[in-house]
Design a protein around this ligand. Structure first.
Ligand code: ADP
Length: 293
């Protein structure tokens, strides 16, 4: 069946109400996939499409959105259905009418994120693997945070970086960091908290009622500082957001150092995706971290 007819039929099946796609408009802004607003009758959906092999990544994204939605702490687009044809993999979500921030939108996001981070699981990781950007993200459950971060986050990206020809100096210092970084966690009680996992400014917005919305997650249960650190990596979150978060859920001492440990994962991922100057940036971060141990 042609792609869009298949998507329309799946939306009808998932929602239990007849649906035929009457219009399809491209929506800009996505980093990786093509994105569309599709409408039929008075209903609208947001549909992302990519290569057929992306179907599993989209299934993981839908599961992640479902996990956050069930926490009832912050608005996410409700997943509707996902699938693939020989042409493409696709994901259909509730269409969100984005609006402009109100005076208290940033505070609301800080409070909602803190509430989401109060939701915990018995172990770190998640019930399934997903992706961070276009890179696989393993979420094998693990009782120990340092082990999880070593094996499934920093170690995984460093191994990829080695295959991608990263400088030997970065890899050698990275090995030392893998061995020694648990010292940075001393005295810090880490709970497996529900994380968005890819919380940069491009993955958060405000709906037409001024309420915060987060989307495009890479969900797992981990140290909440990892989410917060990423909000600082590329900017886009203001002082009200951080003040509200800290009021709702104060941070442990040592966060300013550990945030480098957590953002190193994303900088290594950027090296693995885009190459270039990210290796230098990663190595400078490793140097700073080693100097703190
Ligand atoms: P990608 O996976 O390609 O990075 P995103 O999920 O970030 O794509 O979505 C791309 C853009 O589409 C976002 O920046 C946002 O502006 C818009 N968008 C995302 N989700 C929705 C939605 N459910 N409804 C309406 N617009 C959305």
């Amino acid at each position: 069946m042609p792609l869009w007819a298949d998507i329309g039929r799946s939306i009808a099946e998932a929602t239990g109400a007849q649906f035929h796609i009457e219009s399809r408009t491209s929506v800009g802004g996505g980093c990786i996939n093509a994105a569309f607003r599709v409408t039929g009758g008075r209903r609208a959906y947001f549909v992302k499409t990519s290569a057929p092999h992306a179907a599993d990544m989209f299934a993981a994204e839908a599961a992640g959105l479902g996990e956050i939605a069930r926490s009832q702490t912050v608005r996410v687009p409700q997943p509707v259905c996902h699938g693939s044809t020989s042409e493409a993999g696709w994901l259909a979500l509730e269409f969100i009418d984005f609006g402009s921030a109100r005076r208290d939108s940033s505070r609301a996001l800080g409070q909602s994120l803190a509430a989401m981070h109060r939701v915990t699981a018995p172990r770190f990781g998640w019930q399934r693997d997903n992706a961070i950007g276009a890179t696989p993200q393993p979420n094998t459950p693990c009782a120990d945070w340092a082990e999880f971060w070593r094996e499934h986050r920093l170690g995984f990206q460093l191994a990829l970086a080695a295959r991608n020809g990263a400088p030997r100096s970065l890899l050698a210092k990275g090995e030392r960091l893998l061995r020694d970084f648990p010292a940075l966690l001393a005295g810090c009680a880490v709970e497996p908290a529900l994380l968005h996992g890819d919380l940069w400014g491009g993955n958060a917005g405000v709906d037409s009622a001024g309420l915060p919305v987060i989307y495009d997650p890479a969900v797992y249960y981990g140290h909440r500082e990892a989410d917060l650190a990423m909000t600082e990596l590329f900017g886009g979150f203001n002082a009200d957001f951080y003040a509200a978060y800290r009021e709702a859920f104060p941070l442990d001492p040592g966060y300013p150092v550990r945030k480098q440990l957590y953002n190193l994962y994303h900088v290594l991922n950027h090296y693995n995706l885009f190459g270039g100057g990210y290796a230098r940036q990663a190595e400078a971060m490793v140097d700073r971290l080693l100097a703190e141990i």
